[in-house]
Design a protein around this ligand. Structure first.
Ligand SMILES: [Zn+2]
Length: 155
């Protein structure tokens, strides 16, 4: 089976909340795509409820694009402790950090209907929790976001 970068990260050594450059891919035409972890919760110390991370997915999909150019994808981690984000190019980490902070502030302040929530637009439109999503955004901001370096597992 192919090696997966995130399985080489020592999840016991990181300190959430953080952003981490997980890797950079170069396409056959020479463009680069950077993948980031946007970690909200400390690994193995809790998880975001499915409805709340679903709402975070809907809100951060829009708000991150408001603050950052060329976002390819924002999607929840299966462990429910944060999100993955792919962006075109190699933006500097401080810029990613500021964009994530701004998107979390927008999320914490979001007091309108959640975008994309209907049977036509979403695959599980009943499964949302705006209050919990806002609380996770506030908690991450209060926790002090930082840039996390990759600490590889010693095998
Ligand atoms: Zn959805």
């Amino acid at each position: 089976m192919a090696n997966v970068e995130s399985f080489d990260l020592d999840h016991t050594k990181v300190q959430a909340p953080y952003i981490r450059l997980a890797g950079v891919k170069t396409t056959p035409r020479g463009d680069s795509i950077s993948k980031y972890d946007l970690r909200l919760l400390q690994p193995n110390a809790g998880a975001i409820d499915p409805a709340a991370i679903h709402t975070l997915e809907h809100l951060l999909a829009g708000y991150l694009r408001d603050h950052l150019d060329d976002v390819v994808d924002v999607s929840p981690m299966g462990c429910r402790t944060g999100m993955y984000m792919a962006v075109v190019g190699e933006p500097n980490e401080q810029g990613i950090l500021r964009a994530f902070e701004a998107a979390l502030r927008d999320t914490a302040a979001h007091d309108r209907p959640i975008p994309g929530v209907s049977e036509l637009e979403c695959g599980n439109y009943r499964d949302h929790d705006l209050d919990a999503a806002r609380q996770h955004a506030r908690d991450a901001l209060a926790g002090g976001l930082k840039v996390q370096q990759t600490i590889l597992l010693q095998r």
